[in-house]
Design a protein around this ligand. Structure first.
Ligand SMILES: NC(=O)c1ccc[n+]([C@@H]2O[C@H](COP(=O)([O-])OP(=O)(O)OC[C@H]3O[C@@H](n4cnc5c(N)ncnc54)[C@H](OP(=O)(O)O)[C@@H]3O)[C@@H](O)[C@H]2O)c1
Length: 234
């Protein structure tokens, strides 16, 4: 039996670090790195995926065939015509649609095509990177409307997918993960107010997230977990 781990968004700060960590760990026989450019990551089988284009998601799933671990590390906070809104005056149809497209609809389509690939016997995991700011219970500061709302939608999608998935895959988990505030291109413009010890390196976040994934029990499917293993209220 060949064990397979898949990283989607392997060109990203956290996705790349997770890929390197998985390779170093040597646990999986087959490593697949998927990204928009199709660029290869050293030691990984390469493939192309654009989470906004279902055809590419379907093709990538056919390439993977079977998997034990799928990590979706794609996401958008700024760029590409979108920026986090400080006030409702900045809301726009295009901006909100963009955030939902990448942060919620994309991972949902990935789940549609990749959940069926997870191994039924033994433990398998589908994990999507979300964010603590997607927690409605935790929202005290406001702002970042599109990003927050799209991550809240992602959390709800993950919960709903998990409920359906566990009926046929009782040993499998479908979870959302918060990596902490991590020094990547995504957080770069917003790092000035972050205390130095609260800004993680991507390598540290990757190690933490993989440790959290390892420690989860199938009973915990559908929930949101932070880098330190703490559960986040939706
Ligand atoms: N960094 C943080 O502080 C932080 C905090 C909380 C949550 N998160 C979450 O963690 C995840 C990873 O963030 P990061 O910090 O690693 O960001 P990043 O370095 O900006 O990486 C984002 C990744 O998403 C990919 N992507 C964007 N749109 C895509 C699409 N349509 N199809 C396929 N790939 C697409 C990018 O691919 P390209 O290279 O092709 O652009 C890139 O690989 C995100 O979900 C983010 O919301 C990050």
């Amino acid at each position: 039996m060949t064990s397979t781990a898949v990283v989607i968004g392997a060109t990203g700060g956290i996705g790349g670090a997770i890929a390197r960590e998985l390779k170093g760990g040597g646990r999986y026989d087959r490593l697949v790195a998927l990204c928009r450019s199709g660029n290869s990551v050293d030691g990984f089988e390469a493939g192309t995926i654009d989470v906004e284009d279902e055809e590419t998601v379907q093709r990538a799933a056919a390439q993977v065939g079977e998997a034990d671990l799928v990590i979706v590390a794609t996401g958008l906070l700024h760029g590409d015509g979108y920026g986090p809104e400080k006030t409702y005056r900045s809301l726009s149809e295009e901006g909100l649609a963009r955030a939902f497209q990448v942060n919620a609809i994309g991972p949902a389509l990935v789940a549609k095509h990749f959940l069926p690939l997870l191994r039924r016997e033994g433990r398998s995991v589908f994990a999507a990177l979300s964010a603590r700011v997607g927690s409605i219970a935790d929202n005290r500061l406001g702002g970042w409307y599109g990003y927050r709302a799209s991550k809240a939608a992602l959390n709800q999608l993950i919960r709903t997918l998990a409920i359906e998935h566990r009926r046929k895959f009782p040993n499998s988990l479908c979870v959302a993960l918060h990596p902490g505030t991590v020094d990547t291109a995504l957080s770069k413009p917003f790092q000035s107010n972050v205390a130095e010890d609260k800004l993680f390196s991507a390598a540290y976040a990757a190690r933490q997230l993989l440790t959290v994934i390892d420690g989860l029990d199938p009973e915990q499917t559908g929930r949101i977990f932070a880098w330190d293993g703490q559960e986040i209220e939706p």
